[in-house]
Structure formats: C-alpha cells, structure tokens
Design a protein around this ligand. Structure first.
Ligand SMILES: Nc1ncnc2c1ncn2[C@@H]1O[C@H](COP(=O)(O)OP(=O)(O)OP(=O)(O)O)[C@@H](O)[C@H]1O
Ligand SMILES: [Mg+2]
Length: 585
C-alpha cells in the first residue's frame, strides 16, 4: 500500500470472541485435574509442609481404619532420602486392610471413600487424602504407588497403583497374591520437590503429637538419617468406636435436604423426614404438614426446590431437642493427663473436659483442654545471659485426635488462646513461659477452613466452649503459680533471716561473751517459729483462694494490680522533693 497502512489490517484478536468461538474452547475437566493444578488446596504447598502432610494423610487413614476395626494400632513410618529433594515414604499399619476390589477407588480416585457421607467423629471426612497423595507422587515423579494389603481372610496381595487425572479413575497394575502372612495396609510412594527437616513442623513433631492424642497407638518412625523413634502406647484401651449420627434438622441446608430426598428409599416425604433426620418426632411432622402448602404424603423424589425451601423454613421455627451427643468419644481427662505427663513431665497439669455442645445449630462437638506448666512443658528456646534455660509457650492443636501443625494464625483454637488475658491467671508473660496448652476439638464434622484440614473455622459456639475451658484451667494454674511464688518468697525470706541471724550472733557474742553458736541456734529457732506463724496465716489464705469464684479472682487480680502500681510509684525517685531541698539550700 502506498501510505504503508498494511499493518492496520484488522487481526482476529482485535475482534471479541463469539459464542461459537467460545463453544470450541469449552472442555470438561475432572476433579483430579482440578487438584493437579490446585494442589495448594489439599495443603500440599511448601517442600517441608508437603512432606509432613503426606505422612499426616497416610497416618490418619491408618488410625481411622484401626479404630473402625477395633484394633490397637501399630503403625510404622519410614522416610528415606533418594536424592536431592527426592524421598520415599513408607507407611504400614495393622488395620483391616483393603480388598482387591476397593484398593483402586480408595487410593486412586479423588472424592471416594467411606467417610464423606456419614456424620461420624473420624479423622478423615472428604475422600481426597490418600488419592491426593497418589496424584502427587504421579505428578512429581511419574511413578506408581506400591501397595500391599491383607484383610486376614484369604491371601494378601500386592499391586502398583496410580490415578488417571483426566478421568479421575484408578489404574491398578501388577496385582498378584502373595504367600507372606500380612495383615493391614502398607503403602510405599516416591515424591520429588519435598524436603525433610527437623523442625516444629516436621513429621517427627507431628507423630509426637499424634502419640499424645492417641495414647492407644504404637508408632515407630525412622528418619532419613536412620534414627528410629518409637512412641510406645500408654494405654491399652481401644477407644470406643464412634457411631454415625443422622443430620439434625437445625443444621441442614435446602440443597442437602433436596439431595437427600432424591436418594431416599422412603416413599413419602413424611417418612423420609422421620427416618433420615435426628430428633424428628410425630409432633414435628404434624407441625410441618400444617405449615407447608403441599401434601407430605407425596413421593420425596418429586420434591421441588421450593418445597424443600418451605420445609427448611419450618425446621428453623420448630423447637427440636438438641442433637444426640453420645456420638462423640473424647480422649478423656485421665488419658490426656497420662500422655502429657509421659511426654512433657510438667510440674503442674490440669485438664478440663467440657460437655458436648452444638455449633451452627446442627453439629455436635466437644472440647478438651489441658494446661501443663514447668518441667519440660513449652519449647526450650536457648539460654539467657546467666546460662539459665529460656522457655517459650507452645500451643498444641488437635481435631478428632489429629495434630494440626500448620495455619495456626487462622485457626479458632489458636485464636481462643490469644483471646484470654493470661495475666489474670498469674501468667505475666504468656509467650515466654514454660507452658504447653493442649486443645482438642472433636466433632462429627469439623468445620475446617479449607480442604487441607489444618485450621478450624471461627464458629461462635466453638470459640465460647474453648474459652470457658481455658478459663477454667486458668483458674487452677492461678492457684498453683500463686502457691509456687509464695514458696519461693518464703525460702528467700528464710535465707535472709539466717544470714542476719549469723551476723547478729557474732555481735551479741562479742558484747556478752557468750557462745556464738548457742546464740545463733536460738536465733534460728526464733526465725523458724516466725516463719511457721506466717505459714499458718498463708494456709488460711490459700484455703480462701481455693474457694474463690471467678468474680473474686478478678477482684483479687485488680487488687494485686493496684498494689503493684502503688509499689512501683513508691519505688520511683521523688524528683520534686530533691529540687525543693536543693532550692532551700
Ligand atoms: N490404611 C487404610 N486401611 C483401610 N482403609 C483405608 C486406609 N486408607 C484409606 N482407606 C480407605 O480409603 C478411603 C479413602 O481415603 P482418603 O484418605 O482418600 O479419604 P478419607 O480418609 O475418607 O477422607 P480425607 O480426604 O478427609 O482424608 C477411606 O475412606 C477408607 O475407606
Ligand atoms: Mg484420609
């Protein structure tokens, strides 16, 4: 072109895409492909964290399986270094194992499992843990996962397994029966872009905490350098098997109700409601029948969205009995005490177990809180200038007996601890105290903040229960620290009196010519008598302290604060007076 405008010829990209163009781009993708691209959603981010999450997913599965089969768990974990940021992880349990028919779906298909459709207190609840690990092994190494399984019936078998991400389907290869006696499940898988490091967030710490919350489990762990740590069981009682519960009407959404109605075996809406919901009596059905403008004798499969909405609206109005709470199996005060004692050997230990409560109107939950002080409680953070140990406080979070090591800041359990004014409970500097706070939430459905299951969401009722338990334990530590402080003060006083007694004895002996030793002994006796009188007074005070209510403790705290302030004021140099004297001169 003469004016050189050839470049102004419109390009395809200058036009917007038409619906037909977009239709050509339209593709479906499987859930496995989605998680392949978004593995951070499964908690698989960061080299160190990813390695710990792999161990966590496999160990929680082993513990769940043993619990369901009523077997005392014995779990062996081995992490071996194969190259730079290249590791093999082996987990073996003595649980019920998987059958040849289920092994593929269980370990090689996302969103498949035995737990998602049940409201039951278990560690797993989504059906993506094990298969997510199989997917990770595939995408980081291109290799299959090796599995050995024995159910105790017939021969055990081994196979290689992987996942087809395009279809979210398992691929089971080289399946063959083995003669070796084997009961349970063993999984061996390789991973790249991961790293083993000893830290607060390492598999070793994870397993130490798993042992605390599962005193009935024996766990053996071999690190890449060959060190093996065995966490022996401190209890031989298998925890009671949690039972699944039905959804409570107060916690159900319209979508959940509509989906349940579609798959129910009941023939009438009324019997569907009665059979598939907790606490649904005849009276409630009558009330619903009167309030809605359709017949409850209709087929639930024909229930429309609007009708489901009407039912849920009535659920909100009706007074139901609270959900059944016997489905929750706490670890228990004695067991928690035993395992904390065996691991942190504290000077003081208190465990508070709250009664079950309900969050979001429909999900039963319960909290257990422990406070350990002194001994090896807290984290050793080094030495101070005088060479004395410096301790930092430590918060151990657990959900359905599983340690939560990551995302602490966004977790309701951490936030509950941070919301307490610890000074009120004689802990002057919470961060820098030899304290281990143990927090356990158990529920038929833990409200995690994400699919990675590392933090519990901040539900009002859960926060309230945690705070009440912490304050209760706080009151007990207040008494202990108060007593400890008094004992230390008494010892210091005794030392000081004795020191002066010796000096006074020398002076009197010189004046009177009597034996210094005799005078000293008499003075020591006087000191002891004086201290005993003080002790009696203190005992009376301690008894008073033991019977204090929360308000009284608060008053006592305010009184002490005022006293400390007054003393601090007194200790300040009195500048004004000095100036006056100087002026006077
Ligand atoms: N060690 C095991 N022994 C027996 N069965 C197992 C074992 N590991 C996994 N399974 C079975 O495989 C299923 C899938 O496990 P997966 O970890 O993917 O999901 P989940 O445990 O149900 O839930 P989540 O995703 O929350 O972990 C489990 O529901 C369980 O039935
Ligand atoms: Mg799982």
């Amino acid at each position: 072109m003469p004016d050189g405008k050839e470049s102004e010829k419109p390009l395809a990209s200058d036009f917007g895409m038409t619906a037909e163009d977009l239709a050509k781009e339209f593709k479906e993708h499987s859930v496995a492909e989605f998680f392949k691209k978004n593995r951070q959603m499964l908690g698989l981010t960061g080299k160190i964290k990813t390695l710990c999450v792999i161990v966590h997913e496999l160990v929680t599965n082993s513990l769940d399986a043993c619990e369901e089969a009523k077997i005392l768990p014995e779990i062996e974990i081995k992490v071996s270094e194969l190259g730079e940021e290249y590791y093999e992880i082996y987990v073996r349990d003595n649980g019920p194992g998987l059958t040849q028919d289920t092994v593929g779906k269980a370990l090689g298909q996302l969103l498949a499992g035995t737990k998602f459709h049940r409201l039951i207190q278990q560690r797993g609840q989504q059906g993506i843990g094990a298969s997510g690990i199989t997917l990770l092994s595939l995408v980081t190494t291109g290799k299959t996962v090796q599995v050995i399984s024995g159910t105790g019936k017939g021969k055990a078998f081994k196979c290689d397994l992987t996942i087809d991400p395009k279809k979210n389907e398992p691929k089971v290869m080289n399946l063959e029966e083995i003669d070796k006696a084997f009961k349970g499940l063993a999984i061996k898988a390789k991973f790249k872009d991961v790293k083993y490091q000893k830290s607060d967030q390492s598999p070793l710490e994870y397993l130490r905490r798993t042992a605390i919350a599962n005193p009935h489990a024996k766990i053996s762990f071999t690190e890449p350098d060959g060190t093996t740590t065995i966490f022996e069981r401190s209890s031989k009682d298998i925890p009671k098997r949690p039972i699944p519960i039905q959804p409570h009407p107060k916690g159900v959404t319209v979508d959940e109700l509509a989906t349940m109605a579609k798959y129910t075996k009941s023939r009438k809406v009324s019997s569907f409601l009665k059979e598939e919901f907790d606490r649904m009596g005849d009276k409630a059905i009558e009330e619903i029948a009167k309030a809605v403008d359709f017949d409850l004798n209709t087929d639930p499969k024909k229930l429309s969205w609007e009708q489901a909405e009407e039912i849920v609206k009535q659920f909100k109005k009706i007074q139901f009995i609270a959900p059944r709470l016997d489905a929750l199996i706490p670890i228990g005060e004695d067991r928690i005490k035993k395992s904390i004692r065996s691991i942190v050997e504290p000077e003081f230990l208190e465990v508070v177990e709250r009664k079950p409560a309900v969050y979001k109107g429909g999900f039963p939950f319960c909290v257990e809180v422990g406070i350990a002080f002194g001994g090896n409680a807290g984290k050793l953070a080094g030495k101070d200038e005088e060479g004395k140990d410096v301790w930092k406080s430590e918060i151990m979070r657990f959900a359905n007996r599983t340690p939560l090591l990551f995302d602490a800041g966004g977790c309701a359990l951490t936030q509950a601890v941070q919301s307490i004014d610890w000074k009120r409970y004689a802990i002057k500097d919470f961060e820098n105290s030899p304290l281990t706070i143990f927090l356990h939430i158990l529920s038929v459905h833990i409200p995690y903040t994400g699919a990675g299951k590392q933090a519990v969401s901040n539900e009002e009722e859960i926060m309230e229960e945690l705070r009440l338990a912490l304050m209760d334990a706080g009151r007990k530590i207040y008494r202990f620290i108060g007593h400890q402080r008094k004992e230390a003060e008494k010892e210091a006083k005794k030392k000081m009196y004795y020191k002066y007694a010796s000096e006074v004895a020398v002076a009197i002996a010189e004046l009177t010519g009597k034996s210094k030793k005799e005078i000293e002994e008499k003075l020591h006796a006087m000191v002891l008598k004086h201290l005993k009188l003080e002790e009696k007074k203190e005992k009376e005070e301690a008894e008073k302290l033991n019977n204090l209510t929360e308000e009284e403790i608060e008053k006592e705290y305010e009184k002490r604060k005022a006293k400390e302030k007054k003393e601090a004021e007194k200790a300040k140099p009195k500048k004004k007076k000095i100036i006056e004297v100087e002026n006077g001169e």
